[in-house]
Design a protein around this ligand. Structure first.
Ligand code: ACO
Length: 431
């Protein structure tokens, strides 16, 4: 964060206060109000954090007006096209693209940590079969701190590193186990000779009774989905991870908190909700009815996969996702899939509708991801777990950045209290 001598002046009750302004490397300036309460005795009010920067970070940058997403400065389109997920993980965690030697070392390390403690199998069996895989994941990832307590001391840099690698390596195994458990099939152990995405597909779709060949196009599409979801600066789940971590909680507990937050339909749960919506629409002729409902103030229905707090233009991830959808459905010979047709037509109609134009509502990453995952054979209940495992690296990179910051403070927002003022307790017989 490069400081400049510029300040903003606040006048309050006849007094003026000078508030420092910080200029980022790119993006809007930030007014520093850290000393405001001490100096002026007032708080700022910003529910939903629409105008508040809660930290400084060097990891991910979004320009929502032009639809730009950069990981460590690299545009997401270039990474989705030329890189692969584990390289992106390295970039997010360590700030630079790896040399060939660094990449080999990192990938070997991750690959060697993909198995989970055997006793975790028993832990899984405590869940009901019909539990949502996200419910299972929140529980199992939280329980990692019970299985791997040799990497929960957050003051030890080495342990932080070990915990980070463990989570990146084991989350696919845990997500696949959650899926297998929910459908009553045996868990499939990871295979170290496969790349990250192929290994995940195999753990989800192979059964001991048959050989399973991973299609390289599907594996590439899976890897792209991981890359597109890897980080997204200070969104709700990442802020949850940071807030949990600011108290000194262990990284497994923090990531479990992030998974819990991601589950909501306004956040990561939107990919499941979006495909369900597209299926409910069913055919192109029913689109106008749903567009009308989305615009009706008295109807809580919203177009899932549309709109974003930060993007007021195309979500760049949605563009890549749309290309991938065409590629995957083409490969599988289902390019005439009715859901894809509905999605494309819905997008076209919404983008020409003044309601969506005026409110700058564009398709987000979740609009097409569900169609691809569905075509690959995943049930809707697995969409958000896949998002969670992809985002784990982002949560960890942000958590590590925060823990290494000497200025770390516990996160503790203030409030605008509108409740009763102090009053005396009334004995029960007098109420
Ligand atoms: N359909 C219809 N109207 C919408 C939609 C939508 N999908 N999204 C926003 N609007 C309208 C709101 O009704 C509101 O209208 P108003 O100003 O007349 O009251 C206006 O657009 C602004 O919406 P807010 O909810 O205030 O915007 P916010 O930034 O808080 O919400 C959000 C962003 C939660 C993503 C919202 O657009 C939404 O609910 N989208 C659908 C769910 C979704 O796709 N979520 C995934 C987000 S991406 C991700 O997490 C990976």
């Amino acid at each position: 964060m490069a400081d400049t001598p510029r300040t903003a002046t606040l006048t309050l009750d006849g007094k003026t206060y000078e508030l420092p302004i910080h200029s980022p490397t790119v993006g809007p300036d930030v007014i520093d109000i850290r000393k405001l309460y001490a100096q002026a005795g007032v708080f700022t009010y910003d529910p939903g954090f629409t105008s508040t920067a809660a930290c400084d970070s060097t990891i991910t940058y979004i320009d929502g007006d032009i639809g730009e997403l950069l990981y460590r400065g690299y545009p997401i389109e270039q990474l989705a096209d030329k890189s692969h997920y584990l390289e992106v993980c390295y970039l997010l965690l360590y700030g630079e693209l790896p040399t060939p030697e660094e990449a080999e070392k990192f990938e070997t390390l991750v690959t060697r940590h993909t198995m989970v403690h055997e006793q975790m199998h028993m832990f899984f069996r405590g869940f009901r079969r019909d539990a949502h895989p996200m419910a299972t994941m929140v529980g199992v990832v939280g329980a990692m701190s019970a299985f791997y307590h040799d990497s929960t001391d957050i003051t030890d840099e080495y342990q932080r590193e070990v915990a980070s690698i463990r989570m990146i390596a084991k989350l696919p195994t845990i997500a696949a186990m959650a899926y297998k458990y929910s459908i009553g099939q045996p868990f499939v152990y990871p295979r170290n000779d496969l790349d990250y995405a192929s290994n995940f597909l195999r753990m989800c779709f192979s059964v001991p009774a048959e050989e399973y060949e991973v299609d390289p196009i599907l594996s590439r599409a899976m890897d792209r989905i991981f890359t597109l979801h890897a980080d997204h600066e200070q969104n709700a789940s990442t802020s949850t991870v940071r807030l949990a971590g600011s108290s000194g909680a262990n990284p497994f507990a923090c990531v479990a908190a992030g998974i819990a937050c991601l589950w909501g339909p306004a956040h990561g749960g939107a990919n499941q909700a979006c495909l369900e919506m597209l299926r409910e629409i069913g055919t192109v002729d029913r689109i106008p009815e749903f567009i009308a409902r989305a615009k009706d103030k008295d109807d809580p229905f919203r177009l899932m996969g549309f709109g974003h707090r930060v993007y007021k233009n195309f979500d760049p991830r949605a563009k890549v996702m749309k290309e991938s959808a065409d590629e995957v459905l083409g490969l599988l010979g289902i390019e005439n899939n009715e859901t894809l047709k509905v999605a494309k037509e819905l997008e076209r109609i919404a983008l020409e509708d003044p309601y969506f134009i005026d409110k700058k509502l564009y398709p987000n990453v979740d609009f097409y991801s569900g169609i691809i995952l569905d075509a690959m054979g995943f049930p809707t209940s697995m969409f958000t777990p896949i998002f969670a495992m992809s985002r784990t690296v982002g949560w960890i990179a942000q958590w590590k950045e925060m823990i290494a910051d000497p200025q770390l403070k516990i996160g503790r927002p203030r409030q605008l209290y509108m409740g009763d003022t102090a009053r005396d307790y009334i004995d029960v017989e007098k109420r």
